[in-house]
Ligand binder design. Sequence first.
Ligand code: HPA
Length: 233
Amino acid sequence: MSKHISAAPGEIAERILLPGDPLRAKWVAENYLERVHQYTSVRNMFGFTGMYKGERLSVQGTGMGLPSLAIYVNELFTEYGVQSAIRIGTCGGLLEKTKIGDVILAMTASTDSNINRRITHGLDFAPHADFQLLLAAYEASKYLPNVHIGGVSSMDYFYDETDAAQKLIQHGVLGVEMEANQLYSIAARKQRRALTILTVSDHVITHESMDSISREQSLNTMVEIALTTLLKG
Ligand code: HPA
């Protein structure tokens, strides 16, 4: 049992999906896994282990923002021996081509946060996805329309009042979310494998957002890419 996850040793699989929303973790467990076992409900941040196509997988909520995700990912890697982790979440689209409902495979995750610099003492580390997982996700999605591969940025502020989005657009960043940077950074330091797969739920420039039907359908697409990737990657 760790500080924020009440699982016993061995209750969490080596391969895990990480939605931000604990209710999405429950939804994935109920809709995709068999022989499901809930191993934690500390702070209502649910985690489940079950079987998918004969393989043992877990799904764990991480909460919103870099610090919250960092707590769960540190404990999953260091105390439960998780080896491969795929974040599944939503993001704000930045470019014209990143439309509502599109899926993004996040090759890199920059940030406006200071969270890595306090460890690297000012050096700009470039957090990136595990190539094998990225390749497996590409293979799982290459015939689907509207899948993009590229950089995202994990921002500290959801309600950002600055011109940060314009700077990111100048660099071709596909979307903004709030967690991938620390998943990749902690995975690098602990020598684990990580990927982030995102659905564009709203658009930062046009202010469009997803209706509830397309939200569910595109979440299905993202979860299915992530599950296939975890099995193959
Ligand atoms: N900003 C940050 N995170 C997000 C957004 C956004 O616009 N949309 C979904 N997650």
